[in-house]
Design a protein around this ligand. Structure first.
Ligand SMILES: Cc1ncc(COP(=O)(O)O)c(C=O)c1O
Length: 417
């Protein structure tokens, strides 16, 4: 009875989850209008659809200036270059993130310095930032991970004290608000991704919010083949074509019309899940900081007690997937990636500074614990599927814990299967 689905038992969740992205006639009409206009690409930058979208995005997110780009990776590289950060400069990044956060400094010639995360948010720990600052530190890239935000008050205070640039990686945080201000509008720059899994998407795309007009002009030049964007400017800068197309911008304007209702539904269901999970033994719902005024649910993160579950997050991930629950155990620590090993990456920065990339002795305890044992991620589709889906998540977790804790051999069987 109640055998785990991974061993042939009945699945907890049989109904499928709603697909993402969604579309309706408005998307078709918006794309058709751009097609008929003949102005499909991003040149000259910015085109009318791009300008319209950027204005609406600034209204949603706050911030002063916005530059539209191809994706939410190039945004961070461009921000670093627009701030004059490059060869040999140190950039502090969390060790628990998507690889783009850490490869962006390397693409700009700078050195990513990995630091630990806060166990209550899985976001960068401000105390770890302070401890990692050296004479060569020029910037910090906090990442607002999944449904959480980094402590922007503390980070901005450190940055002001040490004269550092802050680039928020807000790829997961469309619509999120921290202490009255939108994610991405706190730092000198805010980087957003519009790639197909993101809450606001055109399949691909990115936006960089900039606090200074000068840096926004510089960023626009870098993404527009180096053309000057300062009205008095005549000089070309080193740039390439990283522009967003008008087709993407048109789709994003339509996506923005749907966004508030989607945001609200995910937020409401996430609250319902907080309550459901707080009843599940062995699950730790991440506490909500009261300054986190609006929580964007790109994915939903929580922690498990591997002792209570008789299993780590990797085993639980496999058991839950078989139960029909879309979930993930989360990122590996960045410093374990081949990309950052001098001998394996063959990239100029690790090769030139091998001492920075000698991670044999690197040990960031919270990152490693969250990554290999406790961290769990749930897909946003659960929240669009309504209360019954959330109930199924709680039921699947109960079922998995009961089975795994009762019979320690099951975790081994899953590991070996
Ligand atoms: C935290 C984070 N930063 C940056 C990116 C990069 O965005 P893009 O795929 O648009 O380049 C992603 C994408 O998945 C991400 O999850």
């Amino acid at each position: 009875m109640n055998e785990l689905a991974i061993f042939g038992g009945e699945r907890t969740r049989v109904e499928p989850f709603p697909a993402w992205p969604v579309h309706d006639q408005r998307d078709v009409d918006a794309v058709a209008a751009v097609v008929r206009s003949g102005n499909w690409g991003g040149f000259p930058y910015p085109g009318p659809a791009t300008e319209r979208f950027l204005d609406a995005f600034l209204a949603l997110q706050g911030g002063d200036y916005a530059v539209a780009m191809m994706n939410g990776s190039i945004t961070m590289e461009v921000a670093l270059r627009a701030a004059g950060i490059g060869w040999g400069d140190e950039v502090i990044v969390p060790a628990y993130t998507f690889q783009a956060t850490a490869s962006a400094p390397m693409m700009a010639g700078a050195l990513p310095v990995f630091v630990d995360i806060d166990p209550d948010t899985f976001c960068i720990d401000p105390r770890a930032i302070e401890a990692a600052i050296t004479d060569r530190t020029r910037a910090i890239i906090p990442v607002h991970i999944a449904s959480q935000m980094a402590d922007m008050n503390a980070i901005m205070e450190i940055a002001a004290k040490r004269d550092l640039i802050v680039i928020e990686d807000a790829a997961h945080a469309h619509g999120a608000v921290w202490d009255g201000m939108g994610a991405g509008s706190w730092g000198d720059f805010g980087s957003f991704s519009m790639q197909s899994t993101k809450s606001l998407t055109a399949g691909e795309g990115g936006v960089l919010l900039c606090r200074s007009q000068e840096r926004a002009w510089r960023a626009a030049s870098i993404i527009d083949c180096g053309r000057p964007h300062d009205p008095d400017g005549e000089l070309y800068t080193l740039g390439a074509n990283y522009r967003m197309s008008e087709l993407q911008a048109a789709l994003l304007s339509v996506a923005l019309e749907r966004f508030p209702a989607q945001f609200k539904q995910r937020e409401l269901m996430a609250k319902y899940l907080d309550e459901a999970l707080s009843e599940v033994e062995g699950v730790r719902v991440l506490p909500q900081d009261e300054r986190h005024h609006r929580r964007a649910i790109y994915k939903y993160t929580f922690a498990i007690d591997p002792g209570a579950f008789g299993a780590t997050n990797g085993i639980l991930e496999r058991a839950l997937l078989a139960e029909g629950i879309p979930c993930w155990r989360g990122y590996d620590p960045m410093y374990r990636y081949d990309l950052f090993q001098p001998g394996l990456s063959r990239l100029p920065v690790p090769s030139a500074f091998p001492e920075y990339f000698d991670f044999e002795r690197m040990h960031l305890p919270v990152t490693e614990r969250v990554s290999a044992r406790e961290g769990m991620w749930l897909d946003e589709s659960i929240f669009r599927a309504g209360e019954s889906a959330v109930d199924d998540v709680a039921a699947a977790l109960e079922k998995a814990r009961n089975a795994l804790a009762r019979d320690p051999a099951l975790a081994d069987r899953i590991r070996q299967s």
